[in-house]
Design a protein around this ligand. Sequence first.
Ligand code: ADP
Ligand code: ADP
Length: 237
Amino acid sequence: MIEFKHVSKLYSNGVKGLDDVTLQIKQGEFVGIIGLSGAGKSTLLRSINRMHEITSGELIVNGSEVKSLKGIELRKFRRSIGMIFQSFHLVTRTTVIKNVLTANVPDMPFWRVLLGAFTKENKIAALEALDKVGILEKAYIRTEQLSGGQQQRVALARTLAQNPKIILADEPVAALDPVTAKQVMDDFKRINKEMNITILINIHHVELALNYANRIIGIRAGKILYDGPASEVDEDV
Ligand code: ADP
Ligand code: ADP
């Protein structure tokens, strides 16, 4: 469960990224966050896993007050939340499986993963994650040889390998063509249904958001404008 209580985020240049946001998201929800560029969508997501600190209010995620987490608790907390970006953040000059393995051995420098410092269990978990997103056969291919959609699936597999309760996806399909974008959205939907992982997805493409999310949150200037079922959103808004 994710709970925002009167949360604001003020950047040092005076911009209000979030302005008095109150909302609750239950485990297993699939939420599409929509709004124009600069509305505050990324600011909302980055608050949840504490990529940045909120300025005021209270934010509770899976029973923890996010602000007060420290040390090992904070590391464990961050691992329970997966993050997916528009640009895939992969090391493209190595194999797909080694990218996924970095999620399994998070406290190890990447060069040690490259040298093979992982267990058989790590490897099985990585292969299982690749299977879940339908690219098991690409495991030993260099990542740079994959299409954009396939690379986003690698990023998704890497996130799944860390067993997250929540996945935050910041414009994950914005760089993909429409057909590939739908395929990646299908993956998110399947993961949400089969694994009961909460998914929050920032998406500027309103129609895609309405087709896939169960709940839509609309943001403007850091404020929640709309929060309700996707089926009740008036597409003209
Ligand atoms: P904070 O208030 O969270 O400490 P800062 O203002 O110090 O944030 O900026 C953090 C980073 O974001 C800096 O690298 C800065 O260049 C960048 N940044 C600054 N203004 C903007 C903006 N309007 N949009 C996006 N990034 C910005
Ligand atoms: P969105 O994801 O909806 O495009 P953001 O959350 O990135 O919106 O940005 C919300 C507002 O905060 C914008 O006005 C943006 O310029 C500003 N902003 C984002 N990051 C920073 C930063 N690090 N420093 C200062 N301003 C920022």
